[in-house]
Design a protein around this ligand. Sequence first.
Ligand code: PFF
Length: 460
Amino acid sequence: MEPRVTRWGTRFGFYLAAVGSAFGLGNLWRFPYVVADNGGGAFVFIYLALVFLIGMPFLIGELMLGKQTGSAVIPAARRMGKEPGAKEAQGRGRYISMRLLSRSGYLAIATCLMILAYYSVISGWVLHFLVRFSISALWAGDFEPNSVLAILLNNGWLQLLLTFVHLLLVMIVVIRGFEAGVESWVSKLMPVFLIMVVGLALRSLSLESSAEALRFFLYPDFSQLTTASLGRAVGQVCFTLSLGFGTMVTFGSYMSERVSVPVAGFRVAIFDSLISLVAGVMIFPLVLQSLGQGVAPTLLFESVPFLFAKEAGGEWVGIIFFFCLYVAALGSSIGLLETAVANARETSKMRRSTATIVSALICLFIAVVPALSTSVLRDQKIAGTPVLEAWDGLLVNWILPIVAVLISQVVLLRIDQSHQKEEFESVPVMAMGRLYAHWRFAIRYLAPALCLLGLILQLL
Ligand code: PFF
């Protein structure tokens, strides 16, 4: 096997990569449309509460599992049943099957590839808008947001081609090596994008519709919630914080000794949630009229381009926006593919390049269904829901929370309690000792119970 990738030399490098993976289409594309589809402010309220109650504890757990075992999720979970202490763990974990836990890594990687498949399709949509804005800016053609979107949605083969181009780029970066790939891309563009999203949010706030939009987005009207809302908020938390994929375990395994796991978990979760909130402020004033009328995953693409199309020179702003969004999507896709590759290499003798090509091909194959979902498969429904939404809903609202709970139980049972505690106590802040007890309570009882409740309520 090729030598293992070195640990991140700097704390900054770790944060860039972890935040780069967390920050992606989940914040700008998925969050606004899920909020719009679930009644607005009350959903945002639940979502934010769950970031603290479920997201942070799980995130700390996944990073800890990687850092302590120094391995990816499949081998880390597999060791559950084999190493000394397994018997003891079996005793403590009688409420959950050891066999299931030790296989949870496989489930995480299968989910990772299935999600990367449709994530690549949506990244292809971003690429399409980037190309279209560039064409109108360079050749002074008119940018007609509605027709640009219609061309994309009606042409499944175009979507498949864009998906292929995206996966090819991701593959090239991953073959070149993890650190070089992710760090350099993310570090250069993320700050530009953040400034831009904040600037656009301010511009949106100057629109007439902003007061009403903010009320919809931030005022919690609990009568708008449905029984499915809790499960959907749990799913969004897992998706946006990259939990249940095994990604954060891989990141933890690359983490240097100097980075504190609880502090990292806290910062990544706060930063990621702030970005989602700013994205909401940017998008809602633009889409106020269409809210509550069966919001679709196209929401971002139906709203933001109008902001640019209206203004003189807006094409250039469009180019910068979609370029930055594309890089964010690329950073996340790299994180997803890297997770699959790291696991393949640690569990078999596969070379990095072979593992990368095989994983990308599997994704491309799976992506055919979501890529055709708005054209050839437009009339197909799964349980009354269009294919893309059904696919996204099943993976994000059902499978991710289940896998995230399983991985958290691996952490709870497999990592020596003294090591768990050390991670908290190494931070020179007084309250950390107490936080350790809260964290254990959260991953042992609170978070699994909330996830389970979310799943059951979705069935009603
Ligand atoms: N957290 C990313 C987002 O919000 O777009 C999605 C994601 C990226 C999940 C990378 C997992 C991952 F490895």
